[in-house]
Design a protein around this ligand. Sequence first.
Ligand code: PEP
Length: 260
Amino acid sequence: MLKRRRILVVGNWKMNPATLARAEKLFVDVEKTIKNKTLRVDMAIAPPLLYVGALSELSGPQKIEFVAQDVSTHESGAHTGEISAAMLRSHGIKCAIVGHSEMRAAGESDESINKKLHALLAVKSVAILCVGESERDGNGNYFGVVEDQLRSAFLDIKMDDVKRMVIAYEPVWAIGTGVNARPEDVEEMRLFINKVLTDLYDRATAEAIRVLYGGSVTPDNAAELLKQGAIDGFLVGGASLEAKKFVEIVKISDQYAKLA
Ligand code: PEP
């Protein structure tokens, strides 16, 4: 039985909504439904970076953390279009999603993912490292895929640093498809991730790292995934663009945290 960590629910807005006005409305709609509640879960949103300044002005007492959707491997210099970990931190953003399957599909390499983790750690920030297989075959090859992703991402990352990382298990075939992984398969992968981390570091380190699930999470499947999946929260894509659905997932997670 795995130890429970504090649940984290992250909404990845990707390149949405199309205008600042719509982003503000979505953010306010999320804020207002949780503003007077004491939540037992951590909550974060990864909006397009350009919106963060305006959205943070709208932040209420219930603190929603902002997470970046990516970070540069570089510290500074001639890297047009890139934003460094230090720049993010200077805007209060201490966490970035790294290795999202959409970035991997666009050519992001394991080496670049590892460099991004080092770049974040160099300024005492952290990553939500996404791992996950593209397809499920009958031979269990997906375990090897996830193991390779973890080993290469954490190359030369120290034990004390890795403890602060978050892993998001996101099977690519479940992202944006409306077909979530079965809770029992999520649990199996979660235990496998724990085994790989124990092998790479030690048991206490493995137990300290939060593992989220992402891939077509909705209010209809969140409770079951939490209960059976042995995960520590969610990385939510599509459903985070609808305030009602995202807040419902947060509430289900909060309720679960209360009972766990
Ligand atoms: C994602 O893109 O990280 C994701 C989990 O998307 P969705 O929830 O839409 O499947």
